[in-house]
Design a protein around this ligand. Sequence first.
Ligand code: PEP
Ligand code: MG
Length: 587
Amino acid sequence: MATQPQPAEQRWEGTAVSAGVAHAIVHVLRDRFDEPEPRSISPDEVDGDLARWRAALEVTRGEIEALATAVKDEAGDGPEADIFDAHLLILHDHSILKQVEKTVREQLQCVDSVYYQLMCRHMDALRGLADSYLRERFLDIKDVTQRVMRHLRGEMLDTPMFEDPVIIVAHDLTPSDTVQLDRSKVLGFALESGSANSHAAIIARSLGLPAVVRVHEICSQLHSGDQVLLDGDEGLLIRQPSAETLARYRSREAREDAREDALAAARHQPAITQDGCEMEICANAEFVEEMQSIGDSGARHVGLFRTEFLHLEDPKADEQDLAAQYSAVLKAMAPGEVVFRTLDLGGDKLDPLMALEAEPNPFLGWRGIRACLQQPELFCRQLRALLRASVHGRLGIMFPMVCGVEEVREAKGLLEQCRAELASEGVAMADEIALGAMIEIPSAALTAERIAAEVDFLSLGTNDLIQYTLAVDRLNERVASLYQPTHPAVLRLVRLTVEAARRAGVRACLCGEMASDLELIPLLLGLGLRELSVAAGQVPRVKQAVRRLHLAQCEAMVAAVMPQGSSAEVLEASRQLARAAYGELMD
Ligand code: PEP
Ligand code: MG
């Protein structure tokens, strides 16, 4: 019998942003809110088209009712459950139903675009209104429309959208898209756009999943269910990998496993340089479920818990829900410390209300502590939840996107107010909570000594510090070559911050992605950093790197190259020390 020819493998190249290899089927996430193409239909098609739409409304109704029941079971009758009643009213709104049917019959246009256009007109009427009740209605209409459109296109909406583990293929993945995925089933990401410093890439590294960005035209060329191999080391996506390709990857995997085992054996040992300087290597986290892998990584503390992701998963979570999540994290890491960063929404992390009002320059706009100070209700809900959780472990709190000491004082004032209120309600709280400020805007680095006088630690957020110092958007691949962690201006700000912390007798940590870059560990040690917070998967490697270095050599290298050296020269000097000390870890 003749054998069927195997389809040839097909390769796409992109930019590798998170290491590792995955072999699985893909799930293509198309833009959720794709505008349907207007299409004329014949009079014969009208009834069938309307029947398809009614079926989509029906499935949507079932879906909303199921959600309402689940919420009522968990939280009882309350404002959460009311949301679903509002959604059902929108879904069954008579005037909308009649108008869609009339337009389809009279204009002979397919129902997808007629329904979509009508709902958009309702949304436009509410968009940007100051009244928060009406703005919420906008979100309700958007949510219902989105569900109906998905069903009209024959797609499922609710996560999990896939039964088997998959590699996610999408044009882009915002932080709010990421939190909606069933992460237990995701093995990797391949995106058409994106950059190494986007939060999708950061999350992939945190979860230890391979990710490749800037892979062109995969959304149109791949289909959900296609078999692919994703190589997050080389930046490759391979459809229908051949037997030879798979065999090559298997032997590479065996070599890497052996290396990982050797590293893992030492992961709980401290990171002490050859000449006796101890460095604390903490882990960054975004989700409660990561605590297990962080404990296994050898990190004793969480240096940065990005709380925005829990918020995006459930923007309406109340103080008690939040306190339960924060407590679970603290308990899992006890006696280690967990530094929770208060909400750093804005930029690319938009919650539904922020997404309503597009800003021309979101990274220079309503973001981080400034957005929190202007929304004291949201901010205090989080601060009270953190204070409630504080009895369950060792809590640190830090404020993001601080541009000067006044914001730190104002935030501290609100924290004290929350503490006083909770105390009068008889709530137990820890006496000692370490307070910190993130240094990620040049103005904060330049006034670090004033900020250091107000806090227990400073934490350098270099992902942002680099973009704000060099005026290079961290998400924009066109200017990616200008995004230089070793730029002399960036390094001066890092040094100013470390020195200000030392003079004030407070800790300084660096939790940006440059702390995970093995080439830069000699530079960071030489600049005086003694605490780094990195992706959990990198902890054993970074610790091992520190163990191979001599602090004195790192300091001498920095003293020699910093005064006059260009970005490239500093990078090369640090790279040389790294290669000489632990070249095999970097291959
Ligand atoms: C940073 O800016 O370096 C940081 C750690 O915060 P994020 O990446 O979440 O902005
Ligand atoms: Mg930041």
